[in-house]
Each structure stands twice: as C-alpha cells, then as structure tokens.
Design a protein around this ligand. Structure first.
Ligand SMILES: CC(=O)SCCNC(=O)CCNC(=O)[C@H](O)C(C)(C)COP(=O)(O)OP(=O)(O)OC[C@H]1O[C@@H](n2cnc3c(N)ncnc32)[C@H](O)[C@@H]1OP(=O)(O)O
Ligand SMILES: N[C@@H](CCO)C(=O)O
Length: 351
C-alpha cells in the first residue's frame, strides 16, 4: 500500500513482513511465526550505507513522518531523498504487528492474556529478522526515543559492526525501579477495570484511560503544566489539568488497546542490556558503534543521568542534552534542538 500525502513526493511504502521462522523468546517461550508492519521511504544507495532505522516509543506506529514530523521526511534532517528510512511497528504493538489480539497459530484464536511476555531484546530480535529479510547487511543509524531507545540500544549490542551509529534519546540501559513503578501503577489501573480478564478486544479500555493519564504526568514536568494548564481565574473545582488528563486518556484509549499497552509496558520494565551479559557496564563497553545519547534536563522518567551513563560506558559515546519545559516527551517536541544536536554529531563523528 502506498501512503500518499500532498506533502510527500517520495513515496512511502507500507508492507507486512510475515516471518515463518520461529522466534525464540527470553522467557523460554517462542512465537512459531509472527508479523511486523513496516514502512520504507527512499532508496538504498549503491554502497548500501544509507539505512536509517527509526524506532517508535510506547504508543507509536510505523509511520515516523507523522509522530517525528520535524525530523523525518522531505527537507527534514532524515530526508528520504538521501536516506533509505525504515520503521517497523514493534512486536506486541497494535498497529499491524503480532500482538495479544492476533490469532495464535496453534489454535487460531486470539492470544489475549496468553500472549507471551516479551522483552526489549525479543523486540530487537524480531526487527533483526526483518533486517535480514530486507537484505540490509549494514545499518547507518538506528534512532529511537524512550522504549524506542531501549530497543535501539539492545539491537546495537547484537548488531556489532553491522551498525555505524546509535542515537538513543531520553532512554536508558536498564529500566529503573522508578520507571517500573510508574508502569505498575498503570497496569493496576487497567486491572481495576471490571472488563479486564474478559475475552474481548475492548477489555480494559476504561482502565487504559486512567493509565494514560498517570503516564502523562510522568511524560511531562510540573513546568509544562504551569505553562499550559494554569488557571486564569480563581477556582475551587473544574481545573484545566483535570480535563486535559481525562482528554489524553480518552484519546489514547480510542487509538490503542489495553493488552498491547500492558505487553509493551512489561517489555519496557524488562529492559536490561546487561542481563546474561555480565552486567550493564560490560554490555555497554562491548557496543562497537558510535553512540549519541541525548537526555532531557527536565525528564523525570528517564533521567538525564541515565542517558549520560550510556555515553560514559560505551567506547565511542557522546552525550548531549535538550533543555525543555516538556520533560520526557521533549524528544517528540523539541525539533530545533534535536536537529542541531544531530547535525553536530554527524559532522564531528562521520566526516
Ligand atoms: C496512529 C497514531 O496516531 S500513532 C502516532 C501518534 N502518537 C505517537 O506516536 C505517540 C507520540 N506522540 C505523543 O506522545 C504526542 O502526540 C506528543 C507528545 C508529540 C504531543 O502531545 P499532544 O497530546 O499532541 O499535545 P498536548 O499535550 O499539548 O495536548 C494537546 C491536545 O490536548 C487538548 N487539550 C489541551 N488542554 C486541554 C484541556 N485543558 N482540556 C482538554 N483538552 C485539552 C488539545 O485540544 C489537544 O487536542 P488534540 O490532540 O485533539 O488536538
Ligand atoms: N509519548 C510517548 C510515551 C513516552 O515515550 C508515546 O505515547 O509513545
């Protein structure tokens, strides 16, 4: 399918990769087969060294021109007239890839609550099958923020010298107890929805609204809401921030499903690039590519210290920081700073 837009003259292609090979998971379970929904834009050059692989965050999809519109697209930093841009919807996500509402090939019924626990390492392993299928021996850059940065870092470990640059934004090498705690409260919200547990694609929808409202508080910063949601009149009730959080909850519940949210939040919790590799510092020290780690000064979820830690422990690391009132979600908003940081990194590190 070709996704046409009046603003795009370079065609974006959307396809489904059906993998008939089994995907063994860290849990010991496996998918006998799986699918990934992915897009490509631009052309692979003669040297096959212009692949940019974009990773989405928790609720994103395979269409980065929409959710990273200031970075990806014609005349943007990653321009498909120069690069071959690939983005795949993660295993477990509800935008076209194998997820809890997909049919289990063993009984042809939706997995629902029997969907296996997946980790960021499993998600990266599924992406690697797609890379092989596309015949991409080398990747110039993997770039992702938040969960996307976690998966990108995992993949950087296993890709070795097949990868030139990893750009890890507002992310970390291992999920902190703070992040796992936030995710747990969101799963508790989903569990408290009376429909959770039913074999129904809509199960947990109301709980997902609450989960997203909690999540939003962690994705922003007190300063964000002081600027955007402060009252101009004296009030005792009916505050702007209340309707904002309810609106954001509803907006997500109308485009996402609670089972994918559950699955991907668990994957985020599982993230630890040092697991079975002798610990985080050793795993980071074995990453071969250049790593640009970008933190956000006001990120209260993936702290800037966690981003700095990555750059300190990889052999070829650079740290840069975004200054913002938007907290964690600044990686989806602060385009001017991101472009400046990326430009400097490529000039300094890639000739
Ligand atoms: C298929 C897909 O769509 S998937 C791809 C889309 N999403 C993603 O990839 C995830 C990544 N993106 C995001 O997380 C977000 O879009 C961000 C971080 C980039 C920006 O967040 P947004 O929610 O768009 O911005 P913001 O926090 O300013 O909220 C604006 C919205 O809240 C509404 N709003 C603002 N204040 C209030 C209030 N007091 N009460 C009620 N609603 C309010 C605005 O009207 C606006 O509504 P709209 O989204 O319908 O236009
Ligand atoms: N705003 C992001 C979550 C935090 O990375 C998303 O909805 O994917």
């Amino acid at each position: 399918m070709n996704l046409q837009s009046p603003h795009l003259t370079i065609e974006m292609t959307q396809e489904i990769f059906y993998c008939q090979e089994a995907l063994p998971l860290e849990s010991g379970e496996s998918f006998p087969e799986f699918q990934l929904n992915f897009t490509t834009q631009g052309q692979l050059n003669a040297n096959k060294d212009n692949v940019i692989w974009v990773m989405h965050a928790l609720t994103g999809d395979a269409n980065p021109q929409e959710w990273w519109s200031g970075l990806i697209g014609e005349d943007k930093f990653f321009d498909p007239s120069k690069y071959f841009i690939v983005c795949a919807n993660f295993l477990g996500s509800c935008y076209g890839s194998t997820q809890p509402l997909s049919n289990d090939p063993q009984n042809r019924k939706p997995y629902y609550y029997d969907f296996p626990n997946i980790t960021t390492r499993d998600i990266a392993a599924a992406l690697d099958k797609l890379r092989i299928h596309l015949g991409l021996g080398k990747i110039n850059t993997v770039i992702g923020g938040s969960l996307g940065g976690q998966v990108a870092l995992e993949w950087a470990v296993t890709l070795g010298d097949k990868l030139e640059n990893a750009i890890i934004v507002a992310s970390n090498a291992k999920a902190s107890p703070w992040i796992i705690g936030f995710n747990e409260t969101q799963r508790m919200a989903i569990e408290s929805d009376g429909t959770w547990g039913k074999l129904d694609p809509e199960a947990g929808k109301k709980g997902l609204e609450t989960a997203r409202a909690i999540g939003m508080l962690s994705y922003r910063h007190p300063l964000t809401f002081l600027q955007n949601q402060s009252e101009t009149e004296e009030k005792r009730d009916g505050f702007k921030i209340s309707s904002y959080l309810r609106y954001q909850g509803l907006k997500l519940a109308n485009r996402f499903n609670a089972m994918s949210y559950w699955t991907l939040s668990k994957a985020m919790d599982s993230h630890d690039i040092g697991r079975s590799r002798g610990g985080t510092p050793l795993a980071l020290s074995n990453i071969k590519c250049k790593v640009l780690s970008i933190g956000v000064d006001t990120d209260i979820l993936f702290t800037s210290e966690e981003s700095r830690y990555i750059s300190k422990h990889v052999p070829k690391g650079t740290y840069r920081e975004i200054t913002s009132i938007y907290g964690h979600d600044a990686f989806l908003i602060e385009y001017e700073q991101l472009q400046y940081i990326l430009k400097s990194f490529y000039l300094e590190n890639n000739g």
